[in-house]
Design a binder for this molecule. Structure first.
Ligand code: 3LM
Length: 401
């Protein structure tokens, strides 16, 4: 089967997640894509090498510039996110930093949501700012706050939806429309790690670029670190040859690209199961007397429920909550868990529990956490693929404690 995505009518998401970008006819019939474990590629002639470097002839050169296994993954990711092109990277932070270093220069201004994954916040706060880029943190749930912050130097608007770790949801379509009305050149970048394209496709809602930590649901098995940027072909090409090739060198390993493709085959199935179980757990947490507040956009009482229904096909596997006893109760809950692992990361088959203030969001100072909406007592759960009653039994044990 040739690149299935080019056939009309378009194949189903799950079909494309399995087949897109790979033609077994050209690979000795191999069912799964070969892993090209090579750092460099031989040229037929000096002229051919020169032509490849000059961009006059297509073909591999050196694996920091691209590798055939990586290319199959990139075609597949672009297809699933409905983008023209994708770039796979060594980590989610590699993807975000390659995009930032390509699109920004000293004197530029960016608008970012006030709550970001801890290392993304640190990259902006300790990286971009050091190199003369101005930052406005705003509440991106309030589109007027974004438009009020835009100025003639603004080059990009950056947010996660839902947000790690507090699960606020942004109106991607409205933000993209308003930002582009102000200046169509400004790039709206959405971190789609929590949803994956199986749930939400920001490019279809008007965003310019999507970034991912592929370490999470895309890989799906907790056995790799990787990232991706998806968008229009011209921008992705720039990020590949500036931000990736020359500035970060954050190249994905061929074996890792293979493992992500293995994960993608079950992405839609997994997201359905993660979402189903997370909703049941969120409902039970919400009703539990020890719980002060539960954050999950799939709960009808959640302030983001309607918006999430509009732009997400499922509610996802991530939830967070605060216990009535605050920080101490949260820690004691975590220490009582038996099956559920106390670990950062998310999107794995195993249910994981972590404390953002002292772990993923410890890059913020306590004052910054307060200002940026990460409460000290918040506990985050990445709901896995185990049986729902087994997950609940462990959580209930923790809550009783
Ligand atoms: C975490 N997050 O446990 P990598 N964007 C988002 C993310 O959640 C992450 C990245 C980007 C976690 C990692 S904390 C030390 C563990 C929304 C990562 C960065 O570079 O692939 O880790 O992605 O929340």
């Amino acid at each position: 089967m040739k690149n299935i995505s080019s056939k009309a009518p378009k194949a189903a998401f799950s079909t494309r997640a399995i087949h897109s970008g790979y033609d077994s006819d050209t690979e000795n019939g191999a069912l799964t894509p070969p892993i090209y474990m090579t750092s460099t590629f031989a040229f037929d002639s000096a002229e051919q090498g020169g032509a490849r470097f000059a961009g006059e002839e297509e073909g591999p050169i050196y694996s920091r510039l691209g590798n055939p296994t990586q290319s199959i993954l990139e075609t597949r990711l672009a297809d699933l996110e409905e983008g023209e092109a994708a770039l796979a990277t060594a980590s989610g932070m590699g993807a975000i930093s390659a995009a930032f270093w390509t699109l920004l220069a000293a004197g530029d201004h960016i608008v970012a949501d006030k709550t970001l994954y801890g290392c993304t916040f640190a990259l902006i706060e300790h990286g971009l700012k050091k190199f003369g880029i101005e930052v406005s943190y705003v509440d991106c749930c309030n589109v007027e706050e974004i438009t009020a912050a835009l100025n003639e130097n603004t080059k990009l608007v950056y947010f996660e939806s839902p947000v790690n770790p507090n699960l606020r949801v942004m109106d991607i379509q409205k933000i993209s429309d308003e930002v582009h009305r102000f200046n169509s050149e400004i790039k709206v970048i959405v971190d789609n790690t929590y949803c994956t394209p199986a749930i939400q496709q920001p490019l279809m809602l008007g965003a310019d670029l999507v970034v991912h930590s592929a370490t999470k649901y895309l890989g799906g098995h907790g056995d790799l670190i990787a990232g991706a940027v998806v968008g229009d072909a011209e921008t992705i090409q720039r990020i590949r040859f500036e931000g990736l090739k020359d500035m970060t060198g954050a190249v994905i390993a061929p074996m890792t690209a293979f493992l992500i493709m293995r994960g993608l085959k079950t992405l839609e199935l997994r997201m359905q199961r993660h979402s189903e179980t997370a909703l049941i757990i969120a409902e039970r947490l919400q009703q539990h007397p020890a719980v002060e507040v539960t954050y999950y956009p799939g709960l009808p009482t959640d302030p983001y429920y309607d918006l999430a229904k509009q732009q997400m096909s499922l509610s996802g596997g991530m939830l967070a909550f605060e216990l009535k006893g605050g920080l101490e109760a949260g820690k004691s809950f975590m220490n009582k868990l038996q099956m559920i692992k106390r670990a950062v990361s998310l999107g794995d088959a195993e249910t994981l529990c972590q404390h953002p203030a002292s772990m993923t969001h410890s890059t913020y100072t306590p004052e910054q956490r307060l200002a940026h909406g990460v409460s000290e007592g918040l506990v985050r759960l990445s709901i896995g693929l185990e049986g729902v009653e087994d997950i609940w039994q462990d959580i209930e044990r923790g809550l009783l404690a």
